[in-house]
Design a protein around this ligand. Sequence first.
Ligand code: SAM
Length: 481
Amino acid sequence: MGLSAPRGGQSRNSPSRVKKAETKTGVSFARSAAKPGLIARKTAHRLLGAILDAGTSMDGLTDENHGHPHYLALDVRDRALVRAILLSALRHHGDLSAIVDGFMGKPLPAGASPVRHILVAGLAQILFLDVPDHSAADLAVTAANDDPRTRRFGKLVNALLRRASREKDELIAGIRERPRRSPPWFAQRLETIYGQETAAAIDARHRIEAPIDITLKRSEQRQAGRWAERLGAVVLSTGTLRLEGRSHDVASLSGYTEGAWWVQDAAAAIPARLFGDISGKRALDLCAAPGGKTAQLADGGAQVTALDASNSRLKRLRENMSRLKLADALETVASDLFAFRPDAPFENVLLDAPCSSTGTVRRHPDVPFTKSMANVEKLASLQARMLDRAAEFVAPGGMIIFSNCSLDSLEGEDVASAFAESHPEFESVPVLPEETPGLSGSTTRHGFLRLTPAHLDLGAHERSGVDGFFAARFRRISVPS
Ligand SMILES: C[S@@+](CC[C@H](N)C(=O)[O-])C[C@H]1O[C@@H](n2cnc3c(N)ncnc32)[C@H](O)[C@@H]1O
């Protein structure tokens, strides 16, 4: 079940690579190099520690160019194995940690987090990955024995993982029945905002990896059924295509190289559509990279200015837009939004602001561990300032859409409501239920769009759900005096 990883996770580390990967902490990366797959496991344990103990983002650690040196020292297969272990260990961390505690009968001693990471990673492989149980257990034991911090737990790791292998079916059934255990700040926040029932529904969706969604170019939308057939997808009520299954090499799929479509979650595709017909209009996409919404605006026929503070992300945006053959209608600006001084105002302004990303937990299960309430509060205050600034770029009669992929009302509803109160020169243009077909209950009484992973029920959890997203729409009705 679950993610599939290379069986056995064979490592092909050359001696020089292994040497490079030796650490200062006494954990030897070279000693047991003879054991295939060991370096990958040790790397997974190390990165899990960096995420859970130091709050480092998994994306940063596993970046293919700038990631953690131990990760970069691995070959492609082992990198995939490390990512699969991390994703499962994080997605099910509460459950796996509870299994460890249940088997132990008493909590692990304080300061034993390195052994907890080894156990959680081992359980993730045994319960969720296509890895032989005996190699998951053997390699966990060897990794524990090789590290002075965990050596004394070697026998315990062995006993616990062998037992998990024997009781696998009961453990998996138990996980399905057990209420989810998210990090407390996140669980409490979801319950406070959405109530117990919806919070539980969101939690259930967070246990499952998000499917891959695709936005078809306008010119292809009449052929949506044919594209769905060709790609092995279903057409959602919103027009997005959802691929069946999880393991796709997106770049090798039909239509990718020709630029017929781009990957974009069904929820993320909605905010830019709320402008309506933008053909021939000037649109400003603030915080644009990597460009999912820029592509929608350009494809909709607007003349787009895409601004982002990050040069490297803007480079990716330009590459994406070139592949989609949408670069002609595009101007890119590498600038901080606060420093931007356009020559003229825009008829359409989109602010898809940086946020805590708590709406993307299905794809990024590290988020609840790397973010905190302090991050949410800080980002909410930045978004409010960004929205004030972005409003200055809107022409009379023009429209601004504020959106982000946070599940937290502090970063969504509260920012938009405060803006409405303090900006009488703008009127709110409510999002109507007919603008979100098939996503019932996704518009709030204030006329905002509020999506969570609990939306879009297609039967099985594996096929259902969308990213968490918020959007609010305002029109400039006067110029400030
Ligand atoms: C949520 S992402 C945007 C996603 C994008 N709209 C899309 O649909 O693909 C937020 C972006 O905001 C950019 N950003 C953060 N602070 C900024 C600032 N002060 N000025 C401009 N861009 C900023 C980041 O570099 C990042 O690319």
